[in-house]
Design a protein around this ligand. Structure first.
Ligand code: IPD
Ligand code: CA
Ligand code: CA
Length: 262
């Protein structure tokens, strides 16, 4: 199967998976969730996160039996190399929002081939907004092409999103926030990436994101002309957690040159 055939088949599979996932998530709004904590009291997992990842696994096994899966919730979904075809999934990005307010959470899924992101989706379930990116073919929102981001807009004309840990790591960011139009925080990395990718926000800076938080969003954001890297400027590798920035090109340069210095 060549790459394009694989992506076409992936789209078919994704349509079926997302329809089923949305139904399950909406039904869960009526029920009492089983909530467990992971690394700390605000790092949550529910049976919905686990179900969505296992539902996706069933689809991949049926459509692409040789592909591997790298996911947040299943210990066996861990990988040590990016060789071959790998699906990277965050079944619910923004679990705390999902638990507390039933909005501002998303399903995030990407297909990487030999380490290159080829196809990514971010699905804002509550709004029924589906963002799709395909390497070299642009990005869409609910089937409509999304415009590329501005080349001219800088920090002074942009809202910024930054988590506190990022500001602690790079204290000059406080000044960047001061000169910007203001600070926003949504609590779901993939939706924060989409806010930048669609030009609503100038940059999103975070201290500790996992590959599944950024894998799909990075493909979509780059297709729309955003710059994505670690806060240090290095490439993000899809095997390890670390800092990240996604920004409009001019905002990126301004932040890197003036505010992302220690
Ligand atoms: C979290 C969200 C949050 C970000 C955390 C992530 P989760 O994902 O994206 O916005 O600040 O670093 O872990 O745990 O809800 O999938
Ligand atoms: Ca996440
Ligand atoms: Ca998650």
């Amino acid at each position: 199967m060549d790459k394009q055939e694989m992506v076409e088949q992936a789209k078919q599979m994704m349509g079926l998976f997302l329809t089923e996932a949305k139904q399950y998530i909406e039904a869960s709004f009526e029920k009492k969730l089983q909530i467990e904590t992971k690394s700390n009291r605000n790092d949550l997992v529910t049976e919905v996160d686990q179900y969505i990842e296992s539902l996706f696994t069933r689809y991949v096994k049926q459509y692409f039996p040789t592909h591997r899966i790298f996911g947040e919730e299943k210990a066996e979904h861990q990988v040590e190399s990016l060789d071959g075809a790998i699906w990277i999934i965050d079944p619910i990005d923004g679990t705390l929002n999902f638990v507390e307010q039933k909005r501002d959470f998303a399903i995030s899924v990407a297909l990487y081939l030999d380490g290159v992101g080829e196809y990514g989706i971010v699905y804002d379930v509550a709004k029924d907004d589906l963002y799709i990116g395909e390497k070299g073919r642009g990005a869409t929102l609910n089937g409509q092409p999304i415009q590329k981001v501005s080349q001219e807009r800088g920090v002074a004309n942009s809202l910024l999103i930054a988590n506190l840990s990022a500001v602690k790591l790079y204290p000059k960011l406080e000044e960047a926030i001061r000169v910007s139009r203001g600070l926003r925080l949504y609590g779901a990395a993939s939706l924060e990436f989409m806010a930048v990718a669609t030009g609503r926000v100038g940059a999103y800076l975070a201290a500790n994101l996992a590959p599944w938080d950024v894998a799909a969003s990075k493909i979509i954001a780059e297709e729309l002309g955003c710059v994505v890297s670690r806060l240090s400027g290095e490439e993000i590798d899809m095997l390890h957690k670390g800092t990240s920035i996604v920004a409009l090109p001019k905002v990126y340069l301004e932040l890197r040159n003036s505010y992302l210095q220690k």
